[in-house]
Design a protein around this ligand. Sequence first.
Ligand SMILES: [Zn+2]
Ligand SMILES: [Zn+2]
Length: 332
Amino acid sequence: MKALVYTGPKGLDYRDVPDPTVGAGDHLIRIAQVGICGSDMHAYLGHDARRPAPLILGHEAAGLIEGGPRDGARVTINPLVTCGTCPACREGRDNLCPTRQIISMPPREGGFAELVTMPESNLIAVPDNVPLTKAALAEPIACGWHTVRLSLETLIGARDTALVLGGGAIGLGAALSLKAQGVSNVTIVEPNPVRRAHLIDQCGQPAIAETPDGTLYDLVIDGVGYAATRAVASAATRPGGVIGHIGLGEDTGGLDIRRLTLQEITFIGTYTYTAEDFRQTAQAIFDGRLGPLDWAEVRPLSEGAAAFSDIRSGAVAAPKILLQPETAPERS
Ligand SMILES: [Zn+2]
Ligand SMILES: [Zn+2]
């Protein structure tokens, strides 16, 4: 099969690789579309020791089961494989499973390819009337869905206003999840003017260049995770409010612990999603509760290297690029 192989810092090579071998209990999936994630970019730049070259990246995929009793079934892929038996898995916090695996990280190859293998329990059936280009957005949106769910479970009192820092797919997914989970007034902060215009014009989201001084929000979601954005989150959350933190930009800095303490602001770190969050997100996509989801840009997998460099240079307006193999069963 053809795959986009990460070959070392800033190296991506579109080339022939052996087809994956299907393990017991796994399905072979023919990829329709697969999204480029911030974590793929991180690995591409050589900043992720957990993803050594050579490796097929990509974990946001939808496609068709190939072969076996469910041949031809349309599915979206939950890329997190967990054990199901440890205390975290048994408590429904399977995203914290100590032996979790994700496709695109050894030992599992990723989805920037024509084919990938996944266990049955990681596949969610997609209704016939939902395009796979929308179903492929379940993974990035599920991250925001999870953050919003945990934040709302913690938040006491008013839950009318939210600020989302970062207007990429994570921030946009969080904004859409906030609306779907009942928060009516959601504002996105996105400094990149190209991306901000796209959020307003194509995604119908209120997006602004920077957080207005003095305005306080019930909930602030940091989809970026730099010291600078944590400083903004610390200042913009109302007394008793909640900061939901997703971004992995910088490890430390920015939090105003004194204000968080004096104003009893809760900070929640969140990572990926539970299997239940993923199912709920997929269902919300299928029901139309997350809007038209027509904001992703589809490009050929063979031109994946150019897509990475375009994202890096800030030239891409769309919050998500989906790569499409030549053998994609449902082309967009
Ligand atoms: Zn992702
Ligand atoms: Zn487990």
